[in-house]
Ligand binder design. Structure first.
Ligand code: SAM
Ligand code: SF4
Length: 474
């Protein structure tokens, strides 16, 4: 929907910086987390209402052990109510690590002379995507450094290329992007390639801290980055993902920054971010940060639970930066998407050989190196329903329409049946006998939870899938 602030007589805040660090610190310092307020805020979130900054400040200030437990319990319940037990699976594909920026936490920074700079050729992209399809992946996020070589036209070209790769029963049905911010025209070019989510992390929402970590290059401009997803929206990309890199600054500030960003997008574009990511700093070649703000596992779990409560309808993404124990734990409190079978060294899915093996090609160290099949196995064993669903964006249920997610019964009508069908495809095409047995049992159990008519239709489609049909969805 087009936004006409002048007609509504309200100030036009689009593409303008929206973070006031003084305001956020005042809220953190001046909002006590007494028992009654924490409980009231949890109750509001459980009614599926997005929280205000002040309410979120109450949650980040809770230090009492019992209250923290209540926050986590609230998040667990809200997750169950909004998302059920589905976990959407994806994999990152690093296309190139050339970069003109000097971010002090990243192995790709321009000053890291030990990094082997590599951009996959078109042929190599195809080979990598084939390897990913052979594992059963259906959803990718393409990742690029920030470099003139990775222009909007080039990114759009790689997206086309990826959609065109069909190996056996394999195909990539959704390509998300994590790349540099562009101007409106640039975003328009990429948007036309039919991408899913455009993800850009602010890293830290604190302007002074931001300046300390981003030494040179386009990315050192805090405001250019902060307003990037506004430009994406102006260019018609209504499916955007935000994130903060935890460990750069006080985690409580970053949580409020993420909520503020969400409010801003909602106020200006009628739609909040589709996803929030919360990577924690991992070891990287040329890492140069003092570690003062590192986030412990306990704080990490807590901040994920707080985000879940603060933004009930926003997907939360947890990546293989975290080890399998942390992933298992954090999954309970609100995560809706994880990657599986992740490799981030450039060219590593298909093991593209390079003469200079001693130089590093990865951005940071990941901690969960399990295969996609192992991740799926564990999800099934712990009561989750793995999903490769890509239906919403292909049915046009994005942007404003994605709010339909809040419509009662939406999950049972669409998400669960689609998860079941994509899992059935995975079982038929890629699972070994043990995993297949577990998968079919999980599917039977999920069918019981569906409305009989929907279950009937889903059963029919699963039979079609068993017979060789693919890509069925509601
Ligand atoms: N170059 C683009 C950019 O900076 O937005 C996109 C790709 S960058 C490779 C993707 C994200 O990785 C960054 O936004 C940052 O949050 C994260 N990252 C960088 N260094 C990291 C590290 N040492 N540990 C964990 N995450 C890191
Ligand atoms: Fe480049 Fe992105 Fe790494 Fe910064 S985080 S050095 S912009 S790849």
């Amino acid at each position: 929907m087009k936004f006409f602030p002048e007609k509504l007589n309200i100030p036009d805040k689009r593409m303008k910086p929206f973070i006031d660090p003084g305001e956020i610190w005042e809220l953190i310092r001046g909002t006590p987390a007494d028992k009654a307020s924490v409980k009231a805020v949890i109750a509001k979130a459980l009614d599926k209402n997005r929280l205000t900054l002040k309410e979120t400040a109450i949650l980040v200030n809770a230090t009492d052990k019992d209250l923290i437990e209540e926050i986590k319990e609230g998040a667990r319940e809200l997750k169950e109510r909004v998302y059920g037990n589905r976990i959407v699976l994806f994999a990152p594909l690093y296309v190139g690590n050339r970069c003109s920026n000097d971010c002090r936490y990243c192995g790709f920074r321009v000053t890291n002379r030990n990094a082997l700079r590599k951009t996959l050729s078109d042929k190599e992209i195809v080979t990598e995507v084939e390897a990913l399809e052979d594992n059963g992946q259906k959803r990718l996020i393409l990742v690029y450094g920030e470099h003139p070589e990775y222009s909007p036209e080039y990114i759009a070209h790689t997206v086309d290329l990826v959609y065109g790769v069909k190996k056996g029963a394999g195909e990539i049905r959704r390509v998300n992007i994590n790349a540099a911010p562009f101007d409106i025209d640039g975003f328009r070019t990429i948007g036309k390639a039919g991408i899913g989510t455009y993800q850009i992390f602010q890293e830290t929402y604190h302007p002074d801290a931001y300046r300390e970590y981003h030494l040179s290059g386009r990315k050192s401009d805090y405001e250019w980055r902060l307003t990037a997803l506004d430009r994406a929206q102006e260019a018609g990309i209504d499916d955007v993902g935000i994130g903060a890199l935890f460990g750069l600054y006080d985690w409580r500030f970053e949580v409020l920054g993420l909520v503020r960003h969400t409010n801003h997008l909602e106020a200006c574009y009628n739609i909040g971010p589709h996803t929030i990511s919360f990577p924690r700093i991992k070891d990287a070649a040329a890492l140069d940060i003092d570690g003062r703000y590192m986030v412990s596992d306990e704080e990490f779990t807590r901040l994920v639970a707080i985000l879940r409560l603060a933004v009930p309808y926003t997907g939360l993404i947890l990546t293989a930066r975290e080890d399998s124990d942390v992933r298992r734990e954090v999954l309970k409190f609100g995560v809706s998407q994880i990657d599986g079978g992740t490799k981030i060294e450039i060219g590593s899915y298909s093991d593209i050989k390079n003469e200079q093996q001693n130089l590093n090609k990865e951005q940071f160290k990941i901690a969960d190196e399990r295969s996609l099949a192992e991740v799926i196995d564990e999800l099934l064993s712990t009561g989750y329903l793995p999903s490769f669903c890509t239906s919403c964006y292909r049915m046009g249920r994005t942007g404003e329409h994605f709010m339909e997610f809040s419509v009662p019964g939406f999950i049972k009508r669409f998400c669960t049946p689609n998860a079941i069908m994509t899992l059935a495809e995975y079982i038929c095409d890629y699972a070994g006998p043990g995993l297949a047995e577990k998968g079919w049992k999980a599917i039977d159990k999920e069918m019981e939870k569906l409305d009989p008519q929907v279950a009937e239709k889903t059963r029919e489609r699963v039979e079609l899938i068993k017979g060789g049909e693919r890509d069925l969805y509601f």
